[in-house]
Ligand binder design. Sequence first.
Ligand code: ADP
Ligand code: ADP
Ligand code: ZN
Ligand code: ZN
Length: 789
Amino acid sequence: MSDRVITLRQARTNNLAAIDLDVPRNQLVVFVGRSGSGKSSLVFDTIAAEAGYQLNETYPPFARNRLPKWKRPEVEHIDGLTPVIVVDQRRIGGNARSTVGTTTDSWTYLRLLFSRLSEPYVGESNRFSFNDPSGMCPVCSGLGEVVVSAVERFLDLDKSLADGAIRLPGFGPGKYWHAQYADIGSFDADTPLRDWTPGEREALLYGGHAAARLGRKLPKDYEGVVERFERVYLHTADNLSERKQETIRRFTRSAVCAECAGERLAADARTATVRGRTIGALAQLEITELLEYVRAIDEPAVAPVVSALVGRLEAMVTIGLGYLALARATTTLSGGESQRIKTVKHLGSSLTELTYVVDEPTVGLHPTDVDSMIALLEQLRDSGNSVLVVEHDPAVMRRADQIVEVGPGAGDGGGRVVFQGTYDELLQADTPTGRALRREVAGEPQNGKRGTKPLEAGGDETAGSERAAGERLGRAARGVVVAGAELGGRGGGELVVRGASRNNLRGVTVGVPSSGMTVLTGVAGSGKSSLAAEFVAQHGAVVVDQAGVGGGRRSTPVTYTGIAAAIRKLFAQRNNVSPALFSANSAGACPECRGLGVVYTDLAFLEGQEVVCPECAGRRFTSAVLEYTVGGYSIADVDRLTIEQAIAELPDAAIARGLQQLAAVGLGYLRLGQSLNTLSGGECQRVKIAKELRVAEPGTAYVLDEPTTGLHLDDIATLLGVLDRLVERGHAVLVVEHNLEVIRRADWLIDLGPGPGRHGGTVLYEGRPEAYRGWGTPTSRALDGVRDH
Ligand code: ADP
Ligand code: ADP
Ligand code: ZN
Ligand code: ZN
């Protein structure tokens, strides 16, 4: 077994072309390449998957069932692996008990501090744990919130009881509980509830006291609608069916727990103080402020605890998360924030010889925060681990011990190692990344000429007065910045966001060109997503995110673009037979799998397994149907064509038209039959943009949150081209971005800041990106830096 390398031979996972590769251990190795080239297939689906699989094998079977399932990669030989930790951008999500404090272990240290120092002396540190029965608030069980009836949704006031005024399931006409309200003679069942007195409605909902006040008789065992709903649905120990849970979602909402005011803790833990502060108050502080408080604690007895806690908090500040509070629920963190939190968690680990596999750690980071992120990765390496990073940011490549480029193209055009070496060597290399880096260093635009020049307005000569205006901040500066001209769009008006105060925004009012690309910038936590959300709320924009395309496993480029009928027709015409023959639910389909290409085996003790249909070998049609061809391709061969090939080889305008949009967003390498749920986030986002290019209503506004995530420098060119098309069709496009190339290509720039959290939330600049020079703000400095090359 080789000592200091991970050795791979003949790796064939997904599109990998029988790769042989030696990856040095205990180094920072960065994997680059165009989107779809095979980086994830290599790093996640091969190296991490095999390590995970082997680790699972060391556990007894009953434990294995509880571990994440790893699909074994297609690789002939692999060794030198150490246990792998995947640090991806998946949100920490799910668990309402998890906060920034608990996931980073900071909370554990803070509890220890309180157990030793607090007044009155409380004792055990578990008394400060909201996940421990001895510490949790008894009312909300440590969740800080409670589920309450959304009573306003219970009744339809325009209906009478006989018409079904009670919306809850089980209460309508003919249902189980209906008679107990409509037929007891206490209520007028035929009058719409709107015409009842408020007291009558209250009696219906709450029974008891309300009815007594009314002087109206209710049956002795009467139970109000709310009481009954809460008894049956909320205060029950039964396992609730999916349908009951859906009812609960519809008719309840969460509210801050009245007992603990959201602090999650029992009374004695809430009131105990250290240096005059309760643990709940400390949990609400920004980490930067908490750090000052903790540093000031000098009691020798707790010195080790203080130093461990300071270490954690400092790491979070370093990584650009000093604006968060320990009480923040991890479910509300962005993907980039979640990933950085996970990195901090591992920094505290004293384990060595681990392999960290990190997916684009710079996502969500302003250029000024990227350096700190790299420093953390280096720290992981220096404490004796291997760090494998998938990245597109040249700043990370520059600090790598070694770079591996996968490529040269995407899909079948990629899957090979086209470069392995240092950054300086990559600068000389004739590979897509090498060429893109040379262009970047030379300060050339990555993307050739742009489609439309922005309107001329303002101009360089106003730069001095802009700077002065910028110091006054915000909308007032606009008159000077654009020198009285239109906004920086390509004609058209503006969409104004008024008085935005979501999260940390301080009553922000900005204009977004209704036809143009606007970029929203600022350090992480400055309020970009909050402003984008406010824009969506005020103008009903379409959010084009990177979530999966949906439609399940059966969704492919063919189903997605709706070209299936055109393909059937083409085959029918060319072969002079019925189009129905080529339909997956006709006599032409394989009888064994009914045209699915796969069959399910349902073994008694194992999970259902999907296997390739033994009858048709996945080709989905009878051999008779497969005899018919167009241009030498059978109907089954068509599934294996790439979009680009199909456009070139299938002589049909309707098919080409359907596929053109996907090719135009740079996805021409996908196969017609490839399941869309195998796509990466960036690919999904482009599929969605392709769809919008097809269906957009005039005047639609679009919001994209960091669309360059997962994109190689060359792919960013494609993306910008696609966004240009949307703008050329007269749409407003609002993009949250850190990528300087995108910022420089925008028609209009809104920069938020100056800092994160409550140190941000104001507009530092609105105007053309090219005029944002020498302002000294983080974004302006980053833009200046590019020009300095
Ligand atoms: P990258 O990480 O470089 O963007 P990937 O490794 O995700 O690239 O993808 C490489 C190629 O393999 C792409 O053409 C992609 O569509 C394809 N691919 C990825 N996952 C699967 C899968 N589960 N099944 C089939 N093809 C896949
Ligand atoms: P950006 O997009 O610039 O990174 P955000 O708009 O996400 O910034 O966040 C701005 C501020 O609002 C930050 O301090 C962040 O922690 C806070 N914030 C964002 N979402 C929430 C939320 N759901 N609950 C509480 N605070 C939030
Ligand atoms: Zn509570
Ligand atoms: Zn079959």
